[in-house]
Design a protein around this ligand. Structure first.
Ligand SMILES: O=C(O)c1ccccc1NCC(=O)[C@H](O)[C@H](O)COP(=O)(O)O
Length: 222
């Protein structure tokens, strides 16, 4: 069975890229959201992306970004994927895929059973789905809040596209999350930081090691 693939999101410094590459993560995420402590400009992201070794996929995370914003990001940064983390409609997902020719991962927030149909809906149009915890009402950030959802909601579920589990994961919990949900890909931000926006190389290494050592044992639901 293949290793669980890991995405470390919200890199802001050259040493973060080095730590993510050294740990063996599959994806490096850059956040373009001014209110975030992890926000980077297209120029900063370009500098960081150019440090990534071959095999480390560079992902730009945007929130309800218009074409002008995406034009600026995609022109500046060598990217492998776009992550749409706002209220983008399925039509907008299709339009972004067509305009930029990059795979698109759509984030879907989950807090209860009623949130699950959206995953199937977006799986029809996106290349990947990020299944994340729904942000609390009034939160400043639509993601990256370090909050987990009840993993039992998705245990044993299958979707038509590859998906990634996110939300409040840590080096200490990721193995249990993988075992419970059957995730083959996981995404983390707060759980590998020493302070908001400050990535911790030791926690990144511990997270990747724990994720890759985990084995999915999904419980099938009736
Ligand atoms: O990380 C941010 O600051 C952020 C800002 C705006 C939208 C999304 C954001 N992060 C989303 C991510 O991809 C996170 O990795 C994911 O939500 C999990 O975050 P965490 O619970 O902190 O591990």
């Amino acid at each position: 069975m293949q290793d669980v693939r890991v995405k470390i999101c919200g890199l802001t410094r050259a040493e973060d890229v080095a730590a993510v590459a050294a740990a063996g993560a599959a994806y490096a995420g850059f956040v373009f959201f001014p209110k975030s402590p992890r926000n980077v400009t297209p120029e900063q992201a370009r500098t960081l992306a150019l440090l990534a070794p071959p095999g480390l996929a560079k992902v730009a995370l945007v929130v309800d970004a218009d074409d002008a914003t995406l034009d600026a990001i995609t022109r500046a940064v060598p990217l492998d994927m776009l992550q749409l983390h706002g209220h983008e409609t399925p039509e907008r997902v299709q339009a972004v895929r067509a305009r930029y020719g990059l795979p698109v991962m759509k984030a879907v927030g989950v807090a209860e059973e009623a949130d699950l149909p959206s995953i199937g809906l977006y799986a029809q149009v996106a290349d990947q789905i990020l299944i994340d915890a729904k942000p609390p009402k009034g939160a400043d950030l639509p993601g990256g809040n370090g909050l987990a959802f009840d993993w039992r909601l998705i245990a044993g579920k299958r979707w038509a596209k590859p998906w990634m589990l996110a939300g409040g994961l840590t080096p200490e919990t990721v193995a249990e999350a993988v075992a419970m949900t059957g995730a083959r890909q996981v995404d983390v931000s707060s759980g590998v930081e020493s302070a908001p926006g400050l990535k911790d190389a030791a926690r990144i290494a511990a997270f990747v090691q724990a994720a890759q050592g985990a084995r999915a044992v999904p419980k099938l639901r009736g």
